[in-house]
Design a protein around this ligand. Structure first.
Ligand SMILES: *Cc1c(COP(=O)(O)O)cnc(C)c1O
Length: 498
């Protein structure tokens, strides 16, 4: 199966090439030419398969230039070896009879990004060999917090690669920052950037599509690649956990074979919820996608009006991984729902660049409205939701997951739709311990490690081992740069001068 650019379908590449390149050179995102459908026999197989088997299977359906043997091996390496603190890898916790929480944070950095970023380095290493690429893959990451650490953890000391991570200076939690600045590995670099996440992501996208910088990097023996959710190699492992979550619900008897489910996802860059959309295209019976946003509610407005308008105030919230005004992966949804119409996508994206807004056609909007519900909540509601869920169920959720639960409840109230819903829980509550503690009404004056201890004591839950260790490690990276300096910093990184 080949992949083409959302902005030019004449640009078609293999799955290995799509993974190596990350972003198409015209600025478009790589999308599969068609989406494989599950047969009845395959569904039977998946029902009884383990997480690792399910993941390897889904990967095989999309990444046709990788062998079954390779993918099974990668799946073992990514999700086996005690890397996840749950045997189920991504277990479903039934919070209520109609609400299953898909826990995606059992990996080494305690956020859902691990689900894809434990896999991507294996895919990329193999893809470099398949495409005959001899240059070093230089992974450039713009992160709102969780991707950075998960990518560092995945790529540290992986042969043939090096990785530079840039995060918005005041846009990540103390724990997230410390996770990144203490990262070990010979091939890693970390710096903060003055500005917000969109500034960092836009600067990074410009570097990717700048021929001159690419040329200079190539002279330094490097080819740029991306570990951001625009890389197709991240999308596929994410499709796998929705497939897995559905079959877990079926297996446990929470739903029966003829039931459709809803999926609710706290959303930022639109990568996670898009994976659920692809799972539906594969034949997983999903009726509605509930897209949950924080006060940066550009997607809520989009799903209500058909107009995507990023010209608005940017809010720093207690769910920082969703403080995003340009949801890059939405481009893939529009591409798919427009019937792979590259010209339309290109038109919308250049409007977004020039005017900061675009409005989709009536036909596309109709399809979108049928499938998606957009909702949002502010910080106050987020914290109240954490406290309510904890007192009602003795179950602790982080701020991002709380946005999901809040919007899920609004959806049920508005529509009366009580179909069983799979809710993506995207981070361990310990990762956002300061906000979670204040949600529980506990005054905090201390920082860092002490926060984790207090949260553990208050709730009786164990501090995840990967977080317990970061305060013992030394900070290796205390760099700050500006958006303007980024191209130079990136080139120095490719020279090996940092
Ligand atoms: C990245 C992230 C999100 C947003 O996911 P997208 O794929 O960007 O929509 C939500 N919650 C947490 C904890 C995250 O790290």
């Amino acid at each position: 199966m080949n992949y083409f650019s959302t902005r030019d379908t004449t640009l078609s590449v293999s799955s290995a090439e799509a993974i190596v390149r990350g972003l198409s050179k015209d600025g478009g995102l790589f999308c599969p030419e068609s989406i494989p459908k599950l047969t009845d026999d395959e569904k039977k197989y998946l029902l009884d398969a383990s997480y690792r088997e399910r993941a390897a299977f889904v990967l095989g359906k999309f990444l046709t230039d990788f062998s079954e043997e390779e993918l099974c091996d990668f799946s073992e390496k990514a999700y086996g070896n005690g890397k996840f603190d749950s045997d189920a890898t991504a277990p479903v916790h039934m919070l209520e009879p109609n609400l299953g929480v898909l826990e995606l944070w059992h990996g080494p950095t305690c956020a859902f990004k691990d689900m894809a970023l434990q896999m991507l380095p294996h895919l990329l290493s193999a893809a470099l060999k398949k495409t005959g690429e001899k240059r070093c893959a230089s992974i450039l990451v713009a992160t709102s917090g969780d991707t950075g650490k998960a990518a560092l953890e995945g790529f540290a000391d992986v042969e043939g690669t090096k990785i530079a991570v840039f995060y918005p200076k005041d846009g990540v939690s103390k724990i997230q920052e410390r996770q990144m600045t203490t990262q070990s590995g010979e091939n890693v670099y970390v710096s903060s950037v003055v500005g917000n996440f969109d500034d960092v992501q836009s600067a990074m996208k410009e570097i990717f599509s700048d021929e001159e910088i690419r040329g200079k990097a190539s002279d330094n023996g490097c080819i740029f690649s991306s570990a951001n959710s625009i890389n197709w190699g991240r999308a596929v492992p994410q499709i796998a956990y929705y497939v897995s979550g559905y079959f877990d619900l079926l297996k446990s008897g929470s739903i029966s074979e003829n039931d459709e489910i809803n999926v609710c996802v706290p959303t930022g860059n639109f990568g996670n919820i898009l994976a659920a959309f692809y799972a539906r295209e594969m034949g997983i019976p999903i009726k509605k996608f509930i897209c949950a946003s924080n006060s940066n509610n550009v997607l809520t407005d989009f799903f209500n009006t058909g107009k995507y308008d990023k010209c608005r105030e940017f809010h720093v919230t207690t769910s920082p991984a969703m403080d995003i005004l340009i949801s890059s992966n939405l481009e893939r949804l529009i591409f798919n729902l427009s019937g792979n119409d590259d010209k339309t996508v290109k038109k919308y994206m250049s409007k977004l660049k020039s005017d900061g807004a675009y409005t989709v056609s009536a036909e596309i909007f109709e399809k979108i409205s049928e499938l998606f519900y957009g909702g949002c909540c502010n910080d106050d509601e987020t914290l109240k939701t954490i406290s309510n869920v904890f007192s009602e169920h003795n179950y602790l959720i982080d701020t991002h997951t709380a946005v999901g639960v809040n919007v899920y409840r609004k959806y049920v109230k508005e529509t009366g739709d009580e179909a069983v819903t799979l809710l993506a829980s995207t981070a361990s509550p310990f990762k956002f311990a300061d906000s979670v503690l204040s949600a529980l009404g506990i005054d905090i004056t201390s920082g860092g490690e002490e926060l984790l201890r207090i949260l553990s004591k208050t709730t009786g839950q164990k501090i995840p081992a990967p977080l317990a260790s970061i305060f013992e490690k030394e900070e290796r990276f205390v760099n700050t740069t500006t958006r303007e300096e980024l191209p130079d910093v990136v080139l120095k990184f490719t020279e090996g001068a940092l």
